[in-house]
Design a binder for this molecule. Structure first.
Ligand code: GLU
Length: 420
């Protein structure tokens, strides 16, 4: 049987294909001569499956979609505080190439050019050469994509020849000491960053790596530490779509970034990466058909981040005493966070447990965050203080180091039948 998902993607592309609204980005020669009819989309899951439709093998320059990934690298290399010192995280509401800095000369966010040029200068170790920085940038973005990406010299040259505005921004940043090195070398490196060639398949993979807490779902390689991902996704959701971020957040609700060559990516944390490619742009600079596709994907697939199903309800499966059993078993399942753990804790507290032995069966639990782990262990500790013998059935070690201070009365077993 054929999966319905590629058919769905094909149908969505065919719906959008007739829409010829918008203009190609005219200010970079190589982009002005792109084929305006190109159209592609890809979805990458976090366990490495990818669904593609349309022009998925056509390479185009990544442009501003490089910005969140470069930001992730700078955060990884210099730490959040040092990067925040130089680049703020406030939406600007202005065009991407606006010369907008705060009163200390700090760019408003890393998704506008002033912030992205500064961010580029923070990639690599302090004091590294411009060449080393470019190599680190290429290698870092390639780790997100899961294949070695390359700069297109034609795009790079044509963009650099006309980089007057970006040079003006960089010189101004230098005058405030936000940039501390040669502004021309930084703009050169930033322009190379924008000229990396990608396909819509690559972009979906890169977005999926962000959605997967920094680990590429196919290669398994960690591109950046998990600690930087929240920062990057947050900035994407407030500043990722040029000055249309508010509309995007209400209509689509997925952390995203677009670029002037017509790409759009969306990274849905814990679920998937999405990418579209269609070169005609609206007056914000976002791909017309890309935005329309994302609106459809979000509503058809229920992807809006503010629409989250009640996770707590399904966490506790059952806990009835089973006749002759001498142990009360609480069966948990799924992915447990605060609300789910609260549900379990409440049920245990309210239950009058006659048995001397109590077990929490975690066999069907696939993830447990830190607060949920601490809450379950605390309830285990309290049960043991009340004189119960407490067991965790944890075959996959979802609680790696259970040490609730129960004086040895918490036992971990890997199979439920070991309880009898
Ligand atoms: N290379 C482009 C510039 O700096 C990136 C613009 C974009 O995609 O928004 O002008």
């Amino acid at each position: 049987m054929k999966s319905p998902i590629p058919d769905y993607l094909d149908e969505m592309l065919e719906n959008e294909r007739p829409d010829e609204a918008g203009e190609l980005a005219g200010y970079i020669q190589e982009l002005a001569s792109a084929d305006p009819d190109q159209l592609g989309a890809a979805l990458a899951t976090l366990d490495g499956e990818i669904y593609c439709a349309g022009d998925t093998d056509i390479e185009f320059s990544i442009q501003s979609i490089s910005k969140p990934f470069a930001y992730a690298l700078a955060l990884a290399d210099r730490g959040v505080d040092q990067v925040l010192d130089k680049v703020d995280v406030e939406p600007s509401g202005e065009a991407f190439n606006e010369i907008s800095l705060d009163k200390d000369g700090r760019p408003l966010n890393p998704m506008i050019n002033a912030g992205a040029i500064t961010t580029h200068s923070l990639i690599g170790l302090p004091g590294c050469t411009a060449e080393d920085r470019v190599e680190r940038m290429v290698e870092g973005l390639s780790a997100f994509a899961g294949r070695r990406l390359a700069v297109d010299e034609g795009v790079y040259r044509s963009e650099l020849d006309d980089a007057h505005r970006n040079l003006a921004i960089a010189h101004m940043l230098r005058s405030y000491d936000v940039l501390t090195e040669d502004p021309r070398a930084v703009v050169d490196g930033y322009t190379r960053q924008c000229s990396l060639m990608v396909t819509v398949h690559d972009l979906a993979m890169m977005a999926a790596t962000l959605a997967n807490q920094g680990v590429n779902p196919v290669t398994g390689e960690r591109a950046v530490p998990v600690a930087v991902i929240r920062q990057v996704l947050s900035v994407m959701s407030t500043c990722g779509m040029y000055d249309a971020a508010g509309d995007w957040t209400t209509q689509v609700g997925i952390p995203a970034k677009s670029g002037v060559s017509g790409g759009v990516i969306g990274a849905l944390p814990g679920q998937m990466g999405i990418a579209t490619f269609s070169p005609r742009l609206d007056n914000h600079g976002n791909s017309v058909r890309g935005v329309a596709l994302f609106e459809r994907f979000s509503s058809d697939m229920g992807l809006h981040l503010m629409e989250v199903p009640a996770a707590a309800r399904s966490v506790l499966r059952e806990h009835a005493p089973s006749g002759t059993e001498t142990v009360r078993i609480f069966d948990l399942q799924g992915s447990i966070r605060f609300a789910g753990a609260e549900r379990v804790v409440r049920e245990i507290v309210r239950t009058d447990i006659a048995e001397d032995r109590v077990a929490l069966d975690l066999t069907a639990v696939h993830s447990l965050d830190d607060v949920a782990r601490r809450m379950l262990l605390e309830v285990a500790r309290r049960l043991s203080i009340e004189g119960k013998e407490v067991f965790l059935v944890d075959p996959d070690t979802v609680i790696p180091d259970p040490d609730p201070g129960t004086d040895g009365s918490l036992a971990v077993v890997s199979r439920r039948d070991e309880l009898h």
